[in-house]
Every structure is written in C-alpha cells, then in structure tokens.
Design a protein around this ligand. Structure first.
Ligand code: GDP
Ligand code: MG
Length: 367
C-alpha cells in the first residue's frame, strides 16, 4: 500500500471507547493515511473554540512538529468556527479533515461514475459553504486565502460566489446524468461473469474475507467499470467462476448531507448478482440489530428485493456457543427470507461452505 500522508487523529469524547474513533481510524487507513499518533481528550462537552482544550491543542502542535505531520483528522464533526480557529492555529498549509471530509475523500477515491463524482463534489461544496461564510464573517482572519487543504487557495469572497454557481450547475448536471447511469448499469452484461459483492458495515470483515477468498486469484478487467478493478478478483470454485468485489460498505451515523453521495458510491451493490452481507457477531445484540436492519433496507433501496442475499455471520471465533445461538435467533428473525451462514473470515472457518452457497446461488440465477 502506498501511504499518501502522515496524519494525526484527534477526538474529544465522553468515553474512551467511542466507536467513532475506531471507525475513523479504519477509514483513515482505508484512505491511505499513515496514522502516526492519536490524541484523544476525554471531556463531557467538546471545547467550543477548538473542539479540544488549549493544552491538548499545544500537544497537537508539538506532535505535528515532531513527526512532520501536515494532515490532522478530527473524529468529531467540526463546526465552521472551530474549523477556522484550528486552521489559523495550526497553519494554513495544514490539511484539516473531520469525519465528513474524510468520508468524502474516500468516496472520491472510489467513485466510479460521473454521477458519484458530482454527488461527492456537491456534498463537499454544501458542507463547506458555511465555513466559507464564517470566514467572510470573521474578518480578522489573517489571510485572504481559504484554508480548505483540498479546495485550494481561493480568495474567500470569490470562493463563495464560485461555490454557489457550481452547486447550481452540478444539480442541473445530475438531473441529466441519472438516466445515463441507468444505462451504464445495463452494461454490466458486458462483464461476462456473475458478480458477487461483499457488503456490510466498516469493520465487519469484508476485506479480510475478500483477501482470504482471493489469495490465489487474478486481477480481472471489468470493461466499463475500470475503477472497480482494484477491489475485484476472479474466483474459481466448485466448478464455477465469478467476480468477487470488496466494497466500501456502510458507515455508521452517515451525516444527512452526504447520503446522496454515499448512495452514488454503492454501484458495487447495483452491479451485484449475489450479495454477501457481513455481520459482526461479536457486537452487542442491539448494535447488530440496528446495523442489520439498516443494511437490509439500504440494499433493498439500492438493489431492489430480487437479488439473492447471503448473510455471512462473521467473527464466530470471538464468541461462545450460547451467544452465537442467541445471535442467530435474532438474525433469523430480522432476515427471515435470506440464507444465513456462520464464518470466521480471519481464521478461515466455514469459508468453503460459504463458497458452496455462493456457487449455488449463482447456478440458480435467472439469466
Ligand atoms: P471491513 O471494514 O469490513 O473491510 O473489515 P476488515 O476486513 O478490515 O476487518 C476489520 C477487523 O476485524 C480487522 O481487524 C480484522 O482482522 C478483524 N476480523 C475480520 N474478520 C474476523 C474474524 O472472523 N474474526 C476475528 N476475530 N476478527 C476478524
Ligand atoms: Mg474493508
């Protein structure tokens, strides 16, 4: 893996095991950042000025200097004012990301259609517009330049009017593109092999399973879907061949503003002939239930209700028999119409059985 940049993760939470921290760390690695340190401050209410208190802020500056870091990723979502104060404190050349901007960067990296690209740009413009407004308001801010690392150094007033025009233009373009994307999806038939997409929440084990299944397989050309090629491999098993696709999957607490962009990145689901939905069985029942319900409803929204789904209950190595039994009861109740298979992607348990089930589903596909 090529690392883009060294980064420090910063967060302010009321408990030490806030799930967002793990998720952002995973997402940052996914994006290719090399995480050199994490600065977590326990506080009931985040500091209104800088999210973290002045002491922590100094610590952050020291660490950035020590490691030569120019990217800081905040786990929390930043308010416009916080963003600017931080930019001013840390330096205009520092790339400040929060959870939303990080997610958008990842979407960008994976966007394979022009619709997805535009949706992402639109979300970014809308999300950062209040920051630009704030900058205009905070006249005392030293420089004429916008911080916004990846947005470049527009003078801020020009930026505001540029952003507004661009938002209108993108909205018009998207309207026209919708039909075009439908056509692209039709072209999936140009890919001669069935597509099996791994999906599920971040950390459910998709990539682990993908790597296990594709240890000996080859990279494959995907015609009109070249951007998917990095996460797609051909698998030959039990007399059948298919393409397995690892996907970005679902992210917890997706901010409303980036939902459209998120949906546009789900092309892997739209293309799927068979969907393997991973569930992390080591999580609490309430979390599992919430995630499974959400996953199934997103899949139904994006891919319709016809696609065969295999629910792969993963990480069974982490729990005992009675917990597994209860979890399976819950999952069966939530997904009564789908096939359910238990696996451990990490330990390679039951994977051959899962492959048989996939092949069985492929054999039954209506052409
Ligand atoms: P993804 O975000 O869905 O792609 O999840 P990853 O494949 O990156 O896995 C997330 C974490 O869960 C990693 O630390 C994996 O090593 C771990 N993991 C995945 N599958 C299993 C499993 O079957 N058992 C255990 N114990 N850990 C697993
Ligand atoms: Mg992954």
């Amino acid at each position: 893996m090529i690392f883009l940049d060294k980064a420090i993760i910063v967060g302010a939470f009321s408990t030490r095991d806030d799930f967002r921290l793990y998720e952002v760390e995973e997402l940052a690695k996914n994006r290719g950042y090399l995480i050199v340190d994490k600065l977590i401050q326990l506080r009931r209410i985040p500091h209104s000025g800088y999210l973290i208190g002045p002491g922590k802020l100094q610590e952050l500056k020291d660490k950035m200097k020590k490691y030569g870091v120019k990217t800081v990723i905040f786990v929390n979502e930043l308010k416009p004012g916080q963003y600017f104060r931080l930019q001013k404190e840390l330096g205009l050349d520092v790339n400040i990301l929060d959870r939303v901007l990080l997610i958008l960067e990842i979407f960008e990296q994976r966007a394979s259609t022009s619709e997805a690209k535009l949706q992402i740009e639109l979300a970014r413009l809308k999300y950062t517009l209040p920051w630009a407004r704030e900058l205009v308001r905070l006249k005392g801010f030293g420089s004429e330049k916008m911080g916004f690392g990846s947005l470049g150094g527009y003078p801020y007033k020009a930026y505001l009017s540029f952003a507004r025009k661009r938002i209108r233009l993108i909205e018009e373009k998207l309207e026209k593109l919708r039909r075009k994307e439908e056509k692209l999806i039709m072209r999936r038939k140009e890919i001669q092999l069935p597509i099996v997409t791994l999906t599920g929440y971040t950390q459910s084990g998709k990539t682990t399973l993908f790597n296990f299944l594709t240890r000996e397989s080859k990279v494959i050309g995907l015609g009109p879907f070249t951007t998917l090629e990095t996460c797609a491999r051909r698998v030959d098993a039990h007399g059948k061949s298919f393409i397995i696709v690892d996907s970005l999957g679902f992210i917890e607490e997706m901010p409303q503003l980036i939902l459209d962009a998120f949906h546009a990145t789900l092309i892997e689901l739209k293309l799927a002939d068979v969907i393997v939905l991973l569930v992390d069985v080591s999580e609490t029942p309430s979390k599992m239930r919430r995630k499974l319900e959400t996953s199934l409803s997103i899949i139904a929204d994006i891919a319709g209700s016809e696609r065969p789904i295999i629910v792969a209950v993963n990480k069974i190595d982490l729990i005992g028999d009675s917990r597994l039994e209860n979890a399976l009861k819950l999952i069966k109740r939530l997904a009564p119409q789908h096939e359910i298979t238990i696996i451990s992607a990490k330990k390679g348990v039951n994977i051959d059985y899962l492959l048989r089930r996939i092949v069985d589903k492929i054999s039954n596909l209506k052409v």
